[in-house]
Design a protein around this ligand. Sequence first.
Ligand code: NDP
Length: 258
Amino acid sequence: MPAGIIKPTRADHLLMSERVVMSRLAVVFGGSRGIGRAVSQLLAQRGHRVVVLSRNKNAAQATTESLPGEKHLALSCDVSKEDDVQRAFETISKTCGTVGYLVNAAGINRDALLLRSKSEDMMSVLHTNLLGSMLTCRGALRSMLSHGGAIVNIGSVVGVKGNSGQCVYSASKAGLEGFTRSLAKEVSSRNIRVNLVAPGFVRTDMTTGLEKEEAVRRIPLGRFGEPAEVAQAVLFLLESPYITGQVLLVDGGLQLAL
Ligand code: NDP
């Protein structure tokens, strides 16, 4: 073995083989519905304490009440508003402690050809999907700096490949990719990892009415994905101690067809 490389001990192998998981505080923005809700469920099943946030507090509360385990917390927060995000992290640090995992699943689309797009819709998409994740990452980092942590942002296959009728949405997700890679470099020395999951079509409120034959035919695996299938990839990245700055497509192969 070359000098300077630390060989894993028997105890390390044991830990890895038994997949011993330390319980952490996981914060999921956009956790009330769709992909974020599935992520919250998987994290709670793994024994983590989950804070679920969305604009609609009742919906966030309904998610926490459906989770296994106790002490989960529901908060109302609009990620596009700096004050809201700051207040949320103040509440989390006072009532729950140090953040271990952050998942940014809050997102919206206002799809239209660019010529027909309204400026206010463009701003909403950029402020929610891109600025929102920047604000939440900044909020979580303050808590993670001393203990390390892991962040997963939810991008999109159209951020990687582009799509007609989704210029602004695609720009918000492509921006999130650059942000993810840069932040991964910025905080790696503090043992904080930052990755991005880029889903294709997933069956949620966001894609209601889109599951038509023509759309499904373009997907090599021949179907829309389920939120739980994206959540699996999110959990994998959160728990993988040697992966950072990566973009993982979870799209049934759609990227091959675009
Ligand atoms: P849903 O519409 O099912 O859920 C969106 C979630 O985000 C809800 O919890 C919603 O709650 C929350 N949310 C929306 N705006 C805000 C805001 N300003 N502040 C806080 N929370 C907000 O969407 P999906 O689960 O489908 O999408 C999750 C992420 O995955 C998004 O980033 C989306 O762009 C991305 N994605 C989805 C794909 C799909 O096919 N479904 C494909 C590729 C990417 P509330 O309205 O109460 O605030």
